[in-house]
Design a protein around this ligand. Structure first.
Ligand code: SAM
Ligand code: SF4
Ligand code: SF4
Length: 346
């Protein structure tokens, strides 16, 4: 047991088999999305015949908060809401307000494609207590962006969302760009140039082999080294220290004072050793790794109303955890089906 000064609660610290604590919980609130990004929810799979979850299968906000409380009692302080597209779920503000009220939770953030982020929505999210926003944007020209989202949405609608968030008082909004060779790698420099000097931190994410629908291949990955070299040749950058242990993005500063970029090196330099994240699916399954093939179903326990059993279950599954997929991906010879990114939200 240790005392968590920030929140004044007593927490039971649990560690997994590789001695990693549980610190961070990502909560997917829906499997639906208004985009069909070709690397995440390709139309060939996520079309009219695809069976999205029925409302009754989704965890209610009350149930999500009970999982958050349990996680907080094990030392989780950070919650990230994700999807699918989290803003398609009505009344998300209510959930945020409740999560912010949980003892021990000090950081609540949201990952979104920002197309539903009107000024009013941004303000109500801020008012509910949301602290940080990550906006996904994979190109700065319409042609490429439309080829990625595959639903004909232009870049301006995302930029408007970012602007609305900024006017509502969200500081240091992070913009995430997944880089897939042949799809949007020609957008690396234009994106860097666009966000240089804006105060918004652009983060490049190496394309990952999550899920089974995106036909991933190592040859589609542009490595962190390649991205950094490309940017450095145009706008010199230098590495900076991580903000905290376990930070997933490698940080770089522009030497001319134009701000910061980050590169998430999930493929070329995996960071499993510091991975303290669990993921909760919209149906109430906990995944202890982004690349897991199955989750641990908590919904039945949640619906039985037994919070002691919920604690025991979460403790047990974290203590049994030995995932380190990214460090072993090249040695994995038996290909198992993996959970889809749109189901657990990245
Ligand atoms: N819909 C929201 C959005 O796009 O921000 C939240 C959910 S989305 C699954 C979360 C993040 O995962 C997005 O930034 C997306 O680009 C990223 N992502 C999806 N598939 C990916 C893949 N195969 N490799 C790397 N990142 C991926
Ligand atoms: Fe939707 Fe986000 Fe997946 Fe794109 S990356 S399809 S916006 S869930
Ligand atoms: Fe964590 Fe799994 Fe990603 Fe490794 S591969 S960093 S264990 S989620």
């Amino acid at each position: 047991m240790f005392h968590n000064n920030q929140s004044d609660i007593t927490t039971e610290q649990i560690t997994d088999k590789l001695n990693r604590p549980l610190r961070d919980l990502r909560v997917s609130v829906t499997d639906r999305c208004n985009f069909r990004c070709v690397y995440c929810m390709p139309k060939s799979v996520f079309n009219r015949d695809y069976k999205f979850l029925a409302k009754k299968e989704l965890l209610s906000f009350e149930e999500i908060v009970r999982v958050v409380k349990t996680a907080a009692s094990f030392g989780v302080s950070k919650i990230r809401l994700t999807g699918g597209e989290p803003l398609v779920r009505n009344d998300l503000e209510q959930l945020i307000e409740w999560i912010c009220g949980v003892d021990g939770i000090t950081d609540v953030s949201l990952t979104t494609n920002a197309t539903l982020l009107t000024r009013q929505r941004a303000e109500s999210l801020k008012q509910a207590g949301l602290q940080r926003l990550n906006v996904s944007l994979d190109a700065i020209d319409d042609k490429t962006f439309k080829a990625v989202n595959d639903v004909g949405v232009g870049v301006q609608s995302v930029l408007d969302g970012i602007e609305n968030a900024s006017s509502a008082g969200f500081e240091s909004i992070k913009v995430n760009m997944v880089v897939k060779k042949g799809l949007n790698d020609h957008s690396i420099l234009p994106m860097a140039e666009f966000f240089h000097g804006t105060g918004q931190i652009l983060r490049f994410i190496e394309f990952m082999d999550v899920g089974n629908s995106n036909a991933w291949d190592l040859s589609h990955v542009v490595t962190s080294r390649e991205i950094a070299d490309l940017i450095h040749a145009r706008m010199p950058i230098e590495p900076v220290e991580a903000n905290y242990k376990g930070e997933v993005a490698k940080r770089w500063h522009y030497k001319d004072g134009g701000g910061e970029i980050g590169i998430i090196t999930s493929v070329s330099e995996p960071f499993c050793g510091d991975c303290s994240r669990a993921r909760l699916s919209a149906t109430g399954s906990i995944y202890t790794c982004l690349f897991a093939s199955s989750g641990h179903d908590l919904r039945a326990i949640l619906r039985s109303g037994d919070d002691e059993a919920l604690m025991q279950s979460m403790r047990k599954l974290w203590q049994a955890r030995e995932d380190r997929y990214s460090e072993t991906r090249t040695q994995v010879h038996v290909i198992k089906p993996k959970v889809e990114m749109s189901f657990i939200g990245g």
